[in-house]
Design a protein around this ligand. Structure first.
Ligand SMILES: Cc1cc2nc3c(=O)[nH]c(=O)nc-3n(C[C@H](O)[C@H](O)[C@H](O)COP(=O)(O)OP(=O)(O)OC[C@H]3O[C@@H](n4cnc5c(N)ncnc54)[C@H](O)[C@@H]3O)c2cc1C
Length: 398
């Protein structure tokens, strides 16, 4: 196992770093450093810059618009992006449905959808979960009934992140309910402008609108937008879930957050000195740094295995658990340090027309917002209880 980067990889790292310094817009950087919310126009602007450079879909095959990087280059790229404060773009098109389309879609679907995903022309959302079908996803009930060249879709999806911004939704729908529950599911792409779709916002604990419930009432969806074969959608759905869990460690973003925490502690007065010099803080910081280092080395080992014959297995499940737990403990440390400055949140100032400056040190911005949203990290992408079940079954045979 060799965990060090080659000279070529270090040159690539320098190239990404230099390009980011010149091309990541300063106003977006300022917003990220202050913990302000980025909206679709912000993200779309960044997407277009990356797309023009050809760096928008690191994992895609070259023939569909990927840059042809190795897994290690992709890791370096993701890290450098995060360390520079670049936001993640929504994964639904680029990391989820895009790979499903180029792997299982027909030529017409590839030609139509893939370029529009890369350019940001189409934004996607994920219609998997339903009221009553989350962890037990295959129990889903949203029904698609054949009617000539179309399906007629009825049912409801829930926790649909970004449905209010999306142009398309990829849905798991039930096309047969006679056999095993996994056998009658199909993977259908539906235009969000189709009559009969209603998007209802769900405001989560941090006061933000990110998730929704989506209702389908007699929605007519053309069969030409079915991926692969009818009733075989479960195969494509599982393929997508593996992609969803890949890259969940987000080591670069965690390093970036840690940098903000350190800056804040350096500034904060405490008992005539600075919080950064306080023994309790130093212990917590050291524990966090060790946990982050362990996560980083686990990911590098995982990558090192991908370069050899070792096939990725339960590592993705293990990293999902470790990474989300670390994310939550880091965000706890963050609000403890930000103290009462973590309560007022000015991250919506843009849209609320406020001209008041943020309350407290800039570095404290968004601490509580992220802490509260982060409660969901151990739930979405497959809850940690389920991940532990998989690890116990596959790795420990219990
Ligand atoms: C912020 C957020 C965004 C989301 N975005 C999307 C999205 O864009 N699209 C989408 O389709 N879905 C999305 N989800 C849904 C998410 O995938 C589900 O919430 C998740 O799969 C869990 O399902 P559930 O909420 O139905 O919980 P349940 O399945 O009802 O589980 C409740 C609890 O019981 C535990 N549990 C259930 N079964 C077992 C078992 N066999 N063994 C041990 N423990 C078990 C679970 O771990 C959990 O703690 C999102 C969720 C959140 C919170």
């Amino acid at each position: 196992m060799d965990l060090s980067f080659t000279p070529d990889e270090i040159a690539f790292q320098n190239e990404v770093r230099a390009w980011m310094a010149d091309n990541f817009p300063a106003d977006l950087r300022t917003k990220v450093e202050a913990g302000e919310k980025l909206y679709k126009p912000d993200l779309l602007r960044w997407q277009k810059i990356l797309a023009a450079k050809g760096w928008i879909a690191p994992a895609w095959p070259v023939e569909y618009g990927g840059p042809g990087w190795t897994p290690t280059q992709r890791y370096i790229y993701a890290n450098e992006m995060a360390l520079a404060g670049a936001p993640d773009l929504p994964a639904f098109g680029l990391k989820m449905v895009g790979p499903v389309i180029y792997t299982y879609g027909n030529e017409a679907q590839k030609a139509h959808f893939l370029p529009r995903i890369l350019s940001g022309e189409d934004w996607w959302c994920q219609g998997y979960s339903e009221p009553g079908s989350g962890s037990d996803l295959a129990s889903l009930k949203t029904k698609a009934v054949s009617d000539g060249d179309d399906y007629i879709v009825n049912g409801s999806k829930i926790w649909t992140t970004g449905a209010h911004d999306a142009d398309w939704i990829f849905c798991l729908v039930r096309t047969d309910d006679t056999g095993k529950k996994q056998e009658g599911i199909s993977f259908l792409l539906i235009d969000m402008k189709t009559p009969g779709i209603e998007v209802s916002p769900l405001i989560i604990i941090n006061g933000d609108h990110t998730v929704n419930q989506v209702f389908f009432t007699d929605v007519r969806a053309p069969k030409k937008n079915l991926i692969g074969k009818e009733n075989e959608g479960w195969t494509y759905a599982k393929f997508l879930l593996v992609n969803e869990r890949n890259g969940i460690a987000q080591v670069g973003h965690k390093k970036h957050t840690l940098r903000r925490i350190r800056k804040l502690a350096d500034k904060t007065d405490m008992n005539g000195g600075k919080l950064a010099d306080e023994a309790g803080y130093q212990r917590r910081l050291a524990e966090t740094e060790v946990a982050l280092m362990a996560l980083e080395y686990s990911e590098l080992r995982f990558l090192s295995g991908q370069k050899t014959e070792h096939a990725p297995g339960t590592e993705a499940n293990m990293m999902k658990v470790a990474a989300t737990q670390l994310q939550q403990s880091m965000s706890e440390l963050f609000i403890e340090i930000a103290g009462y400055y973590s309560f007022p949140y000015d991250g919506f100032r843009d849209t609320k027309g406020s001209n008041e400056p943020p309350v407290g040190p800039t570095e404290a911005g968004g601490a509580m917002f992220d802490f509260l949203y982060g409660r969901a990290a151990t739930i979405y992408g497959g809850s940690n209880e389920i991940q532990r079940d998989v690890i116990a079954k596959v790795l420990l045979s219990i």
